[in-house]
Design a protein around this ligand. Structure first.
Ligand SMILES: [Zn+2]
Length: 283
């Protein structure tokens, strides 16, 4: 009697999707087989008659990977469980071009998982109840199907340790506390807070800011640059805008009001004007 493991590849081959399945398998597992360092510079792109095409983001890594070709091939084949790959070709190119392919593959794999989920009687009834009121049978069927798919997707996600967002009921990956929407909202609020504090205390360092708002260095620098730029443009428009000039200096130099000397003011004003004259010659 044949074992399930023997039957599966034959069935897939019969359906004409064996090749696609193998390609997907290599592309999907490229990261875990090759390791994070190699993955940062390369993607498995296609598999054709045993030759795996790998896109690499620069020629130095192309050379580096070519040297380890035998080793990588061995790892791939033992991962797949048969000697599927007989050669690897490395091609220098832009990895971004292959990002879509990878997303497609992930999406396909997810769909496959969702299709394999068996809903319980209760779950099926739940979906049908929600569309009970719909008169149009065609529409009713379509929406019920969507709801069932949604329940199945939720089951897949839960099995993969996804958990509820801390702020709403949307499921998010184990490593995230918030769903993308809530995370974006939280970021907006954080940025507003940073700006407010920076306007009050422009000289705060990043570490000092942490005492008020926990934020990333990028968020801190981004806010600082935005405010600096808006004060600078006000001063360029109106040289009498002393408050704006002082705020600009405190932000740029990290100085408190009593640390700002006439020389510093003169120098800052001069450098702001110089920039203006570069952009508007003749004024
Ligand atoms: Zn959320």
């Amino acid at each position: 009697m044949k074992r399930a493991g023997d039957v599966l590849p034959i069935t897939l081959s019969y359906l004409g999707i064996k090749k696609k399945y193998e390609e997907q398998s290599v592309a999907l597992h490229w990261r875990e087989i090759a390791g994070d360092e190699i993955y940062a510079h390369s993607r498995a792109v296609s598999l054709n008659r045993g030759t795996l095409l790998v896109a690499v983001d620069n020629s130095v890594w192309c050379h580096h990977l070519s040297i380890s070709k035998e080793d990588i091939m061995h790892k791939l084949n033992s991962h797949i469980g048969e000697k599927l790959i007989t050669d690897i070709r490395f091609k220098a190119g832009n990895l971004k071009d292959y990002q879509n392919y990878e997303n497609d593959v992930e999406e396909l794999e997810l769909q496959q998982k969702v299709r394999l989920v068996k809903l319980s009687l209760q779950e099926r009834e739940e979906a049908e109840q929600k569309t009970q009121g719909l008169k149009n049978q065609n529409l009713k069927q379509k929406i019920t199907k969507i709801i069932k798919k949604d329940i199945a997707l939720r089951k897949v996600r839960l099995a993969e340790q996804w958990k509820k967002c801390q702020n709403c009921s949307v499921l998010c990956p184990p490593e995230d506390m918030l769903c993308p929407a809530c995370s974006l909202q939280a970021k907006k609020e954080r940025i507003n807070q940073i700006r407010k504090i920076m306007l009050e205390v422009p000289w705060l360092t990043y570490d000092e800011m942490q005492g008020f708002v926990e934020c990333s260095k990028g968020e801190y620098i981004g806010c600082k640059q935005d405010l600096q730029e808006s004060f600078a443009s006000e001063v360029r428009k109106n040289p009498e805008a002393n408050m704006q000039l002082m705020s600009y200096i405190m932000l740029k130099q990290g100085l408190k009001p009593d640390q700002i000397t006439d020389d510093i003011v003169e120098y800052s004003l001069h450098s702001l004007r110089r920039k203006k004259y570069v952009f508007t010659p003749g004024s």
